[in-house]
Write a protein that binds this ligand. Structure first.
Ligand SMILES: Cc1cc2nc3c(=O)[nH]c(=O)nc-3n(C[C@H](O)[C@H](O)[C@H](O)COP(=O)(O)OP(=O)(O)OC[C@H]3O[C@@H](n4cnc5c(N)ncnc54)[C@H](O)[C@@H]3O)c2cc1C
Length: 372
């Protein structure tokens, strides 16, 4: 492996791949990406594969999603790889408990010109008869959301980056960061030392551990979420959109001839979590209330991933005051797939020009978590 690089990116999930690509696109091509496993083996390979504009609950996050969505619509032209986007749409369902939140979120989306329609329970029932709307107060419909292939996003970014000069090493673990007089000097790896003055922490759920090497406490809350996929299940039409039950924090959408469901927000220190069958029962109990017919769906497969959340649901971006050259691009929570284009763009601008110009990233700096 090479002995020095201008920039070392730790982690080849969607955020690390996007960062490497955007750096190369801005002319910083002496970049080394270290991935302890394989591209996409972390959270990015375990998502529900949704590009969602409807996910946004705050203005900044929604503006970023809008930027990223627009970039994805031209991904193939820009990067040369198709991402298999299917515009299936997104329905949010709210009971009394979550109705006010959904109404405010819809108003925000509409104010930002994101097409969002308010649906009455009667309209939901008319469109989707299998949904139990007894306790539903309102719903929303966003036609623009859809599914993608996150692996194609990652391979697209990393392939193009490599064509321009970036080096990717899979199966190489970063094990430490050497700092001298408050400045990064290099990265220790399972294959030796790489001298560099700039390290990007794109470690997803592992970002906390990477921070510890330089005594930086990264306030990510890792939370486990499981996905269950059923076998063929014609009772749910394959033309249906993504449905999110806000109060139950449970969702489902068609997946091939079957159905994909997701649920869970359990804090975890374990980051490689095996799938446990108990999850299927918990998921089915929730499904039984909202879409009773789903009880009959045959379980086929499932997995558990980790979402690197933060207390204010915003990512952690930018430099760290005490360690010159240590740059954070982490804490993307449950929205890292949709937000990857802006995540890479902002951090590459910061490294290339000393500041991010697409938008002000000061609200995302780690200092916001410091106590009084
Ligand atoms: C069940 C589930 C469903 C989700 N659904 C969606 C969705 O529909 N839409 C959406 O936008 N987002 C979704 N998300 C969130 C999204 O998956 C994450 O926000 C995103 O994948 C984070 O990407 P990342 O690159 O930061 O982390 P990761 O993909 O985890 O990448 C980090 C990489 O760093 C590597 N690494 C760590 N430490 C080291 C080291 N020391 N040396 C070398 N390599 C290292 C890891 O192996 C890993 O590959 C979902 C997440 C989960 C768990």
């Amino acid at each position: 492996m090479q002995e020095m690089a201008d920039v070392v990116v730790i982690g080849a999930g969607v955020i690390g791949c996007s960062t490497a690509y955007h750096l190369a696109r801005m002319g910083i091509t002496d970049v080394l990406v270290l991935e302890m496993n394989q591209v996409g083996s972390g959270s990015s390979g375990k998502s529900a594969s949704m590009l969602s504009l409807q996910f946004g609950t705050d203005e900044l996050g929604t503006r970023m999603a809008k930027y990223s969505y627009a970039r994805y619509m031209h991904f193939e032209e820009e990067v040369g790889v198709p991402i298999d986007f299917k515009k299936i749409g997104w329905v949010s369902l709210a009971t009394q408990e979550s109705a006010e939140h959904l109404r405010r979120s819809a108003e925000l989306l509409q104010s930002l010109d994101i097409e969002t329609e308010i649906l009455s329970p009667e309209e939901i029932k008319r469109r989707y008869p299998e949904i139990n709307t007894e306790d539903i107060v309102l719903g929303t419909w966003g036609p623009d959301d859809g599914t993608v292939d996150p692996h194609m996003i990652m391979w697209g970014y990393i392939r193009r980056a490599r064509e321009i000069g970036v080096k990717l090493h899979q199966g190489v673990r970063a094990t430490g960061i050497r700092v001298r007089h408050g400045q990064v000097e290099g990265v220790l790896t399972s294959e030796g030392f790489v001298a560099t003055r700039t390290v990007v922490n794109a470690g997803g759920p592992w970002a906390i551990e990477i921070g510890k090497w330089v005594s930086v406490d990264i306030p990510i809350i890792n939370a486990a979420r499981s996905i269950v996929v059923t076998g063929p299940f014609p009772a749910i039409p394959s033309t249906w959109p993504f449905f999110e039950d806000l109060t139950a924090e449970w969702y489902f959408r068609p997946e091939g001839p079957g159905v994909l469901m997701g649920m869970g927000k359990t804090p975890t220190e374990e980051l490689d979590i095996p799938f446990r069958l108990e999850v299927v029962d918990a998921m089915m109990d929730t499904a039984a209330h909202r879409v009773p017919v789903l009880m009959k769906a045959p379980f086929m497969t499932g997995w558990t991933g980790v979402r690197p959340l933060t207390a204010d649901e915003q990512p952690i971006l930018g430099p760290v005051p005490a360690v010159e050259g240590f740059i954070l691009n982490c804490g993307w929570g449950g929205a890292g797939i949709i937000q990857a284009p802006i995540a890479g763009q902002l951090v590459a601008e910061l490294i290339s020009d000393g500041r991010a110009s697409t938008l002000d990233i000061s609200p995302f700096r780690i200092e916001r978590f410091e106590g009084p």
